[in-house]
Design a protein around this ligand. Sequence first.
Ligand code: GRG
Length: 293
Amino acid sequence: MDLKTYLKTTASEVDAAMDSFLPKAKERPATIHAAMRYSVFAGGKRLRPVLCLAAAEACGGEVSNALAPACAVELMHTYSLVHDDLPAMDDDDLRRGRPTCHKVYGEGMAVLCGDALLTEAFIVLAKAPATKRYGTREFIAELAETGGSRKLIGGQVMDLEGEGKKLTKRDLVRIHEAKTAALLTTSLRLGGMSANATPAKLDALTKFGYALGLAFQVIDDILDVTQSTEVLGKTAGKDEAVEKSTYPAILGLDASRKEAAKLTRSAMEALKPLGKKAARLEEIAAYLLKREY
Ligand code: GRG
């Protein structure tokens, strides 16, 4: 199957699973469930679930065993987007080309929607079948660590505190390790864990996820500069242009492109211990780098 078909098919499988896991839109109290579904089914790329399923495949596992972890990482991702868009954070009006959750449902409901999606992520993850090496405790601990104040939330804190300041490349890397690379890495690791991967294989996935996550963020920053906001389907936060440090702002566009290519090469190198089964992951890394051109 070519990559485009694979991405489309996998995203549909994940959407179907998510539809079955989430409370129905009419289930009471209906507003919160409608808000959750509005945010989840808003047309995201499903990159994290795709990585989770491809990692399971790379470790010789069954896609069906990786579906609950794949949905869990997307639910955590969606929660972070809903909260990130709030007026108290980035104050965005559009997300994935549609009005943000708080624009449609109000701020209070959007806070609750994010909270509910985060909680739902663990409800769904707890349904993942245990393997010989990894039980429910290991799955939950993996995602909880990434969602906590040392990773996702910590990254957001560093980002908030860095606003309006001149950041160094090192500062930026720290933010993106926590905000972006951590959840991509956990998506891969959970896929590997669903396939009962050996610690050596999980280590390879971790190194791949770290480099891929940083590359993804550099590319995202480049796209913010080179593509119109209309094409990206999002708007900048009210003062984003003046307040946020990005790779192109610190390194320049050319050096940022070289950095993205270097990180992608490191990511691919990290896959070596997984052998031929990791071909799909390698293909995804190459595809993400090409998004720019
Ligand atoms: C806990 C509020 C809170 C925030 C945590 C993850 C995060 C920090 C904020 C989300 C916003 C953001 C710009 C994160 C950086 C990672 C990134 C580029 C996210 C967008 O991911 P895509 O491109 O989005 O995969 P889609 O819409 O395709 O799912």
